[in-house]
Design a protein around this ligand. Structure first.
Ligand code: ADE
Length: 244
């Protein structure tokens, strides 16, 4: 069974529409939906927001459903100036930008694990599913919606994703994070927590983030509308490709 975690409830809604033989299990104030997506058995869940919430969601997912792998999808703020709204980041490693137990441990290092960056599973088939989606994105999202958000031939970038308990939207936070993590692509609020749980339980983990905003707030976006009209379709298109 593949565990699929979404950062937004609306993203899950599109996937739930195509989930066959759906059953719901309620655990710790979360709804886990099992069923079949295309040809694969999956369990879908909304992470909730922030690292603690995402860690709870992931730990319960692993303990109850023993997934063979976990894939996370959601939106993120761009930290690299080359990234535009609608581009895709395929995460290669995750870091908690607000982890700082110095002077006991180096800044950003996860205490007692002795690592700062957690690498994702290298998942060729998932990357191909993302590429297939990107090549045909207008089959999945409406051209008017693409135009509304200025999406024109979205690109895929592989790289580092940072997570922290902060919605990054001002230049000061943006610069602090950017200066402390070289080659950072994007920022969000859950991925590194999910990566740490998967690392400790030895579950292969992959993550795809869709750029919803520039994290210095130079390109404000209607977040709920973007998630509903765009990100949810990306998640559905990519994961249907992967599960077929
Ligand atoms: N998720 C989407 N955009 C974000 C941002 N700017 N900061 C944190 N999480 C995000």
């Amino acid at each position: 069974m593949i565990g699929i975690i979404s950062a937004m409830h609306d993203e899950l809604a599109e996937l739930l529409c195509v989930l066959k033989n759906k059953e719901t299990v309620v655990l710790g104030n979360r709804e886990y939906y099992t069923g079949t997506l295309q040809t694969k058995k999956v369990v879908l869940v909304f992470s909730k927001w922030g690292k603690v919430a995402a860690a709870i969601t992931t730990t319960q997912l692993i303990s109850r459903f023993s997934p063979s792998e976990i894939i996370f999808t959601g939106v993120a703020g761009a930290m690299d100036s080359q990234l535009n709204i609608g581009d895709l980041v395929y995460g290669t490693s995750l870091v908690q930008h607000d982890m700082d137990a110095s002077p006991l441990f180096p800044k950003l290092e996860i205490p007692l694990l002795g690592i700062t960056y957690i690498n994702t599973n290298s998942n060729k088939s998932l990357f191909e599913s993302v590429t297939l989606f990107q090549q045909n994105y207008l089959k999945h999202i409406n051209i008017n919606e693409a135009n509304e958000f200025g999406i024109q031939s979205p690109k895929i970038v592989s790289g580092i994703i940072a997570s922290g308990d902060e919605f990054v939207s001002d230049a000061n936070s943006f610069n602090n994070i950017k200066n402390s993590i070289p080659n950072l692509q994007c920022v969000e609020m859950e991925g590194a927590a999910v990566a740490q749980v998967c690392y400790e339980y030895k579950i292969p983990f992959s993550i795809i983030r869709i750029i919803s905003d520039k994290a210095d707030h130079s390109a404000p976006v209607d977040f709920p509308i973007f998630t509903k009209k765009v990100a949810s379709k990306y998640a559905k298109g990519i994961l249907e490709n992967y599960c077929s």
